[in-house]
Design a protein around this ligand. Structure first.
Ligand SMILES: Nc1nc2c(c(=O)[nH]1)N[C@H]1C(S)=C(S)[C@@H](COP(=O)(O)O)O[C@H]1N2
Ligand SMILES: [Mo]
Length: 427
């Protein structure tokens, strides 16, 4: 993923990039050395022995938690109808506080339509019924005997980015508050195909209605084709059992498709010959188009990216070397390329993609940058391996009704003031 001169020349942007301080990957170390020569220089003989190195530390414990010094790293809570419906709520992943491409389980974003049910796994089962030859009743303990796979996939709420989608002026929020209804996880579970083949789908069984065991009875119609393709009955997240917030003891995982369809606390998969138009697929999770029509069943999430470092609410401490880093993903395939602009979209340079680059998964990108201390606008633009490109906000807005916020995947811009303050921008 090295981006040499030839590639930059091919896009006709080579010489201008250097002027704005974007460095080629090989120069990252030069930039770091520059930092070490500054305020971080060590003074010989200054290192003493800290208190914690003079007495024994804490003993072993059954389940670990982060350092108390990291207590500010937490999900941001959005409880719009807190008094009326306290169990309805969203929480966002603090994207600007994390590195890599995996979201810790305690920071996975949440959307609960009627709270988190306290499910006893010994009293829970998934029924696969309807247009099948052999209806199945699958209890969590029995599922442990099935073959499992582990795959990295992002999960993104259809409404992620809603502040930027509908606001007249850019809200001055953090990356997490603006775009944190997305998380990245290594999910382990049973391929849905294995379970559906055991049940034996009748030829007429082309759709499935997935229902959750929560008080919302959240239900979505899913094409059987997707279930047979890459869907999982997810049982584990990042190696441990699903958290209650993520659907313990089992959830439907539809890689790349809008979060709402990934039914948590899955209890019923009713095989039908048509979609049944549940509450969540005829109102809230549809897209209002510019011409006044409503688009139903827009399942995959579009190609998207954002810079997380630096991002809204941060302050750059001085000009000179900074690394630009962020996340990219596509619900249609793997990220093929991420471009970064430090001049409001006039010129672009390819960022490095951090391996492994997996399909329908978060991908970390990085690009070294030498900031000249002047006001700039930073942007990132992702491409996937199916040829899709992240649109500008203007292009996205032109497609949809002014009130639409679902499937917002426009380019995220950050304005860096001369003083170093970073702020959400529309560009
Ligand atoms: N049963 C059930 N499944 C559900 C929901 C819910 O409220 N109940 N919320 C949906 C929505 S809108 C989203 S975006 C994702 C969120 O999954 P997470 O909370 O694990 O991030 O789950 C979906 N599945
Ligand atoms: Mo959602």
């Amino acid at each position: 993923m090295k981006h040499g001169t030839s590639k930059q020349e091919r896009h006709g942007t080579g010489p201008r990039l250097d002027r704005r301080g974007l460095l080629r990957a090989g120069m990252a170390t030069a930039g770091t050395a520059l930092l070490a020569g500054g305020p971080h220089r060590a003074v010989p003989g200054e290192t003493g022995i800290a208190d914690w190195a003079t007495v024994p530390g804490a003993a072993v414990r059954g389940y670990g938690t982060p350092s108390p010094f990291e207590s500010e790293v937490a999900r941001g809570l959005l409880q719009r109808w807190k008094n009326l419906a306290p169990a309805f709520g969203l929480s966002v992943t603090p994207l600007e506080r994390l590195r890599g491409a995996t979201t810790p389980n305690g920071l996975h974003y949440e959307v609960h339509h009627a709270g988190v049910p306290a499910i006893d796994p010994h009293a829970h089962a998934l029924m696969i019924h309807g247009r099948v030859r052999t209806p199945l009743r699958l209890e969590p303990a029995a599922l442990e005997r099935y073959p499992m796979v582990t795959r990295a996939h992002f999960l993104e709420c259809a409404g992620n980015g809603f502040f930027n989608a509908t606001a007249a002026e850019p809200p001055p929020h953090s990356a997490g508050m603006l775009q944190g209804l997305v998380s990245g996880t290594r999910w382990t579970g049973i391929p849905m195909r294995v379970l559906l083949e055991e049940a034996g789908i009748e030829p007429a069984g082309t759709w499935a209605v997935a229902v959750g065991a929560d008080a919302a009875s959240l239900a979505r119609s899913v094409p059987v084709e997707k279930l047979m393709d890459d869907a999982l009955l997810a049982l584990y997240q990042n190696g441990e059992r699903l958290r209650p917030e993520q659907g313990y003891p089992m959830r439907l995982l539809l890689p790349g498709w809008e979060g709402n369809m990934n039914v948590k606390w899955l209890t019923s998969l009713w095989i039908t010959d048509q979609p049944v138009h549940t509450k969540h697929e005829v109102g809230e999770y549809t897209d209002y188009l510019a011409d006044g029509k409503v688009l139903q069943f827009s399942f995959p999430m579009g190609v998207k990216s954002l810079i997380t470092h630096p991002s809204g609410g941060m302050r750059l401490e001085g000009s000179g070397y900074h690394e630009i880093s962020g996340l990219a993903w596509s619900g249609l395939g793997a990220v093929a390329r991420v471009e970064v602009s430090v001049d409001g979209g006039a010129t672009w340079a390819d960022a490095d993609l951090e391996a492994p680059v997996e399909a329908k998964a978060l991908t970390r990108f990085r690009l070294p940058w030498q900031w000249d201390g002047e006001a700039v606008t930073l942007m990132s633009r992702a491409h996937d391996d199916k040829g899709h490109v992240q649109p500008t906000r203007a292009v996205w807005k032109a497609r949809y009704h002014p009130t639409n916020y679902n499937h917002y995947n426009a380019i995220q811009a950050w304005h860096v003031a001369a003083g170093g303050e970073v702020r959400n921008a529309f560009a």
